[in-house]
Write a protein that binds this ligand. Sequence first.
Ligand code: ADP
Ligand code: MG
Length: 287
Amino acid sequence: MDERSTSAQAPSVSPATSGQTPTIRIEDVHKTYDLGEIQVRALRGVSLEIYPGEFVAIMGASGSGKSTLMNILGCLDRPTRGRYFLDGTDVSGLTKRELAKIRSQRIGFVFQQFNLLARTSALENVELPTIYAGVPIEERERRAKEALARVGLADRAEHFPSQLSGGQQQRVAIARGLVNNPSLLLADEPTGNLDSRTSVEIMGILQKLNDEHGLTVVIVTHEHDIAQYAKRAIEFRDGRIKNDVLIQNRLSAEEVLPTLPALEDGLVDILGNGAPAPPPNGKTPQK
Ligand code: ADP
Ligand code: MG
């Protein structure tokens, strides 16, 4: 049986959120890259609200403007036109320096390529953003250890990235994104370099952070299967929103994982019992 075949999507508008300030509100955002001879219109009038506790998957073909949007949402870049309100504050007119400050306090960012420093331990990688945020030195390590524990890697603190699997490296990157306690976690293709089982594990961590800590999560993914772990899917086409739907029959990584072989170290503890589910169709699960 393919569980995913039951995950039909229905048209929707924003979830019931009356009276709440959106974490993200963008109004008619345009982004044009000026390459001299040609101008690339990467975003062509995007308006969007995302509320606290949402879990949004941004989808769409390569070149449709997903990363451009994420960079603007993450205060890594500014719109050419239009406005961006983050937690109710207009950040569209801020300088790069001001944006950097907001970014370090409120936003965690996770990348497809993990972007960990190679000759630096997991713990030190996770600590880095606390330095930029001016966290007192005596508190940095405690915070970094706490963040590593939240992704199930407390026992890998002294490992270098080369000593970790791809999934573990991405978990370190998520811990780094969490270490300053952001209200918003942005992840651009976080499972793009991972096999399908490891991808579900990463989605499990994001679901747990969203469910239990109320973290607002926005990810970019190409993969329809992966989007089914989010609560809402927004599809881009040619720099515009083409579709915006709530996910019906959302998948739970905690439920799916026991039906897949071999959990990564540490994840059994944080993603629940780890007891193997009864094998589907009465067959022995693959090892
Ligand atoms: P996606 O992430 O959906 O693949 P992008 O946001 O990366 O799409 O790109 C949208 C469009 O903008 C593409 O045509 C891409 O070539 C162009 N683009 C992206 N970044 C830059 C840049 N820094 N300079 C010029 N063009 C860019
Ligand atoms: Mg991209």
